[in-house]
Design a protein around this ligand. Structure first.
Ligand code: CA
Length: 227
């Protein structure tokens, strides 16, 4: 009798353990996918005083948290950004802004100080400078030092509306450090961990290279704006 009962009991216990483990796994998995989907914040990053492409009154705000030293940011600017501009910015549906992230140390900081300075003296030159700086990022060895004051002056010299002496003085005096700090506060506020990080209004896009995901978020935001 004993020898019959024991294997049965063991089988019941094993079955129970397996069921409990499976249940726990399913619950964990559900929570995980919930986390991945729920990338929404209570508010849209404020782009007051930030460089903007597009109609400032456009209903949707797209923000890139980017770093001039980051190869993925260069790639994003060359592949996804032109589509975004073509489909939404030029149509007046979305405006776009770039917030500096300093994940690569002193060079990120120097590039940010310089671009903030360019923006301050000539807002219309900012985006040309932003693109020219990314264009200079070497495709190999991007970790090697390439952002220098000399390089910045060289790039800026090709853009007509930039006053080079003003730019030099601004860089030497860290004049725009408060603008760079303001950007870092946004980076911290929205807990940006990777560059580029793209936000559509209050939604943080999970994969910045998934243009369909960006489009979906913008289309949803446009629908909400029309309600
Ligand atoms: Ca800024």
């Amino acid at each position: 009798m004993k020898s019959k009962g024991s294997p049965f009991k063991i089988a019941v216990i094993i079955t129970l353990v397996v069921v409990i483990l499976l249940t726990v796994l399913v619950i964990m998995n559900k929570n995980q996918s919930k986390d991945e989907q729920e990338m929404s914040f209570g508010e849209t990053p404020s782009i007051e005083g930030q460089p903007i492409i597009g109609d400032p009154d456009a209903p949707v705000t797209v923000v890139e948290f980017g770093d001039f030293k980051c190869p993925a940011c260069k790639a994003w600017g060359e592949t996804i950004f032109p589509q975004l501009v073509n489909d939404y910015v030029e149509a007046g549906k979305a405006k776009f802004s770039f917030i500096n992230v300093l994940f690569h140390g002193e060079e990120s900081k120097l590039a940010s100080l310089a671009s903030e300075s360019v923006y301050k003296q000539s807002p219309s030159a900012y985006w040309e400078f932003n693109k020219a700086l990314f264009d200079e990022q070497p495709s190999a060895n991007h970790d090697s030092q390439w952002v220098t004051t000399e390089k910045i002056i060289e790039i800026a010299s090709d853009i007509n509306s930039i006053d080079i002496d003003k730019l030099k003085t601004s860089i030497e005096n860290n004049s725009e450090i408060n603008e760079v700090k303001k950007d870092t506060e946004l980076v911290n506020k929205f807990d940006v961990q990777l560059t580029p990080t793209i936000m559509v209004n209050n939604i943080m896009i999970e994969d910045p290279f998934d243009y369909e995901e960006i489009k979906l978020a913008i289309d949803q935001a446009l629908e909400e704006a029309n309600l």
